[in-house]
Each structure stands twice: as structure tokens, then as C-alpha cells.
Design a protein. Sequence first.
Length: 283
Amino acid sequence: MADKDQTCSSASTCGRESCEGCPSKSGGTQSFRVEQNAYSNIKHVIGVVSGKGGVGKSLVTASLANALAASGANVGILDADVTGPSIPKMYGLTGPAGALDENSILPEITSNGIKVMSLNLIMPDPEQAVIWRGPIIAGVVKQFWTDVVWGELDYLLVDMPPGTGDVPLTVFQSLPVDGVFIVTSPQDLVRMIVAKAVNMAKMMDIPVLGVIENYSYLTCPDCGRKIEVFGKSRIGEIAKEFGVALAGQIPIDPAYSEKSDAGLFAEVDNVSIAPALDLLRGI
């Protein structure tokens, strides 16, 4: 039987069998990483996160994917926002996704060559409400990594649900995430939103590549003046406070919504995220 010393948190109750493989025995830590699909070879996994909903994570994810694809990179989007997936709609993808076999799902491909997997591409009815508990949702996200045939990808962008719950935790623990972009908006809660996301990333030892502000301003169609609809932005000073890069400020542009609603987001060239692209090329 193992010695009842301070290295084992369960020393008072564990026996020989239970101690074999216990992380405390070897001084190591348990890994929750899961293997990617045998037909996948993904170089970089990038998360797009926020401390709250409605700030435009899907817009940022799709904008980054478009820009990377336009530069010649092989790109995929894993839509991890299981209860509110919007990526397929933005690109006009309806599914159903195909399969090589019972354990190998084929992603749908956008008109500009981006591979996409989302719950909406495998559900019989994409408008059906997903009323699942956290562990089930987290399991689906892991399957999007283990069972989807992503092939050769330079970047897999993971569009996260809002907050710091089961899905972000699952992604950070299960996938080899190289870094995250934090998306926010110019409102009074912005510091708290950034703080939550930064703190979770630090706790999970995931690099924060930068912070991207959406809804930064509206350009007057008549005079070209920038109108700060939500008040003066503080994102520069907040990024500096947390020691992260300012990776872009996206204006309010009705064309983005129009393209999304029409399923034509592949046509969008969002130049506002150029700083984020430079950061991605540096990883």
C-alpha cells in the first residue's frame, strides 16, 4: 500500500490499485487532451472568446477565417456555440454533413474554401432548440475534434459560447489551443468582460493573443465622421492594463449584417482585424 504522505491527496483512503496511475504518485498532472481525428492534421488552434454574449464573436471568427483563407491558408471553423450556432447561417450552409464512416464526419465547405462544423449541420431541424445539460454539450464539442475529418489545416478557429462555463473549459482542456482572441464592445462593462476572459485563459495557461473591440464606431454615410455610438472607447487603456495587444476595432457596418442574413459572409473583407492577422502569423 502507498505511504500515507503529503504527496497524495487521497492517502487516507487509497489502496495499491487506486494509486497506480494517480497523478500524485509520479508528481505529474492529469491531462484531459483528446486525440484529433486520424484524418486531421491541424497546425494551430485559435479560440475566440468573450466574458458575455452579443459582442460579435462569430463575426470576428468568420472575419479572421475569411482573411486567412484569402491569404492562402487552409482554414476551418469549429462552431462550439452549440446552443446558439450562427456560423452556418452566415455562410449559407445547410447540411446535412456527410461522413466517411460512423466515426468520421465530413465538414461542410464555404464558397471561399473554409471548412465548417456546427451542430446545425448535423441536426435534422436547425431551428430545434438544444436543451441539453453542460456535460452533453461539452461532449459534442469534443466530438467535433475527434470525429470530424478536418484534413490539413493551418488554422482551426473555435467560435466559443459566451462566458467561462463548460464549453470553454472543455476546449481549453481537451484541445491544443495556441491562443485566444477576446472580443468585447465599448460599454461600461468592458473591463469586467475582458478581465473574466483574461483570468480564465491565465488559469488554463492559454496565451491571450489580443483583444478585439466590436461596435467601435459608426461612420456617417454623408460626412464620413466617426460616431462613437456606445460612448468613447477605453479599449486601448484596458488592453494596456491587462498586458494584451489591441488586435482590432471593428466599426458598425450594416453590410456585415446584410451579408450574414443572406448567407454571403464569404464575400466580406473586414480590414479592421488586420492587427489580429499579424499576431496570428507570429505564433
